[in-house]
Design a protein around this ligand. Structure first.
Ligand SMILES: C[S@@+](CC[C@H](N)C(=O)[O-])C[C@H]1O[C@@H](n2cnc3c(N)ncnc32)[C@H](O)[C@@H]1O
Length: 241
């Protein structure tokens, strides 16, 4: 069932939390299947790359505390949980995504809540991660301030976002796939065709590369850098408190 009064364009402007929740509740049952299909399985590699970097940054720290925000069905949280000794907590605003996450990963503690008001103590995590989520925050800067607040001094935020590649040739083919092919494939399987019209729109209008590092620094991070992955179709941001 799609949302008749809202367009992908208008939701991308408001990022209304209740509409974002409804949209993700609707896509939840087919989210994992479509995610792996539409990315040709590369999404798992991106999460593994973020986890490898987190592990390196932790440098063997005993029992590191990791928070995965906008966890969805929990795949990035589960990847982070492979770091030896890690204690992983995860949060999302979509109850339906969390139903699936809790079934898949009973060893991880999942909370329902939203990024802009994290229900966790200041300076309580070594790593805060978010995979393909921050683009949907109703208030991106408030979300980043919260990531920063709950991190311990010296802790790191690791954020993965899809990206429109900058190379003109790659960009041309990528946009055909992203805007024309992907929504059609998604429509065959998902209840929400709306979500897959919103997806390319939201990626195209999200501050990317340097622009997002400016947001990270403005919201209190001491350093922010980025690492493009897979022909710049995805990007890993690393910011230090
Ligand atoms: C594209 S999914 C990504 C899920 C998962 N991180 C992954 O790697 O596949 C985006 C998730 O962000 C969540 N989300 C969007 N806005 C949020 C917010 N303000 N606070 C918490 N979660 C949010 C959605 O409910 C959805 O589950």
């Amino acid at each position: 069932m799609s949302q008749p009064r809202e367009t992908a364009k208008s939701l991308n402007k408001t990022k209304s939390r209740s509409s974002i929740r409804t949209m993700f509740d609707e896509v939840a049952p087919t989210y994992d299947f479509l995610n792996h299909l539409l990315s040709l399985g590369i999404d798992n590699y991106w999460r593994a790359a973020a986890t490898a970097r987190a592990k390196k940054l932790l440098g063997g720290k005993t029992a590191p505390r990791i928070l995965d925000v906008a966890t969805g069905t929990g795949d990035l949280a589960a990847s982070m949980a492979k770091i030896p000794g890690a204690e992983v907590t995860a949060l999302d605003l979509s109850p339906e995504m969390l139903v699936i996450a809790r079934k898949k990963y009973p060893g991880i503690t999942f909370h329902e809540g939203y990024a802009e008001k994290l229900p966790f103590d200041t300076a309580s995590f070594d790593i805060v991660s978010a995979g393909f989520g921050v683009r949907n925050f109703e208030n991106l800067e408030q979300g980043m301030r919260e990531f920063q607040r709950v991190l311990k001094p010296g802790g790191h935020a690791l954020i993965i976002e899809p990206m429109i590649p900058r190379n003109p040739l790659v960009k041309k083919f990528y946009l055909i796939y992203f805007k024309k092919v992907l929504p059609k494939i998604a429509a065959l399987f998902s209840k929400s065709t709306f979500a897959y019209d919103y997806l390319p729109h939201s990626v195209e209008h999200f501050p990317q590369t340097d622009a997002f590092t400016v947001v990270l620094k403005k919201t209190g991070f001491r350093t922010a850098e980025y690492f493009p992955m897979t022909f710049e179709t995805s990007i890993l941001y690393v910011a230090k408190k």
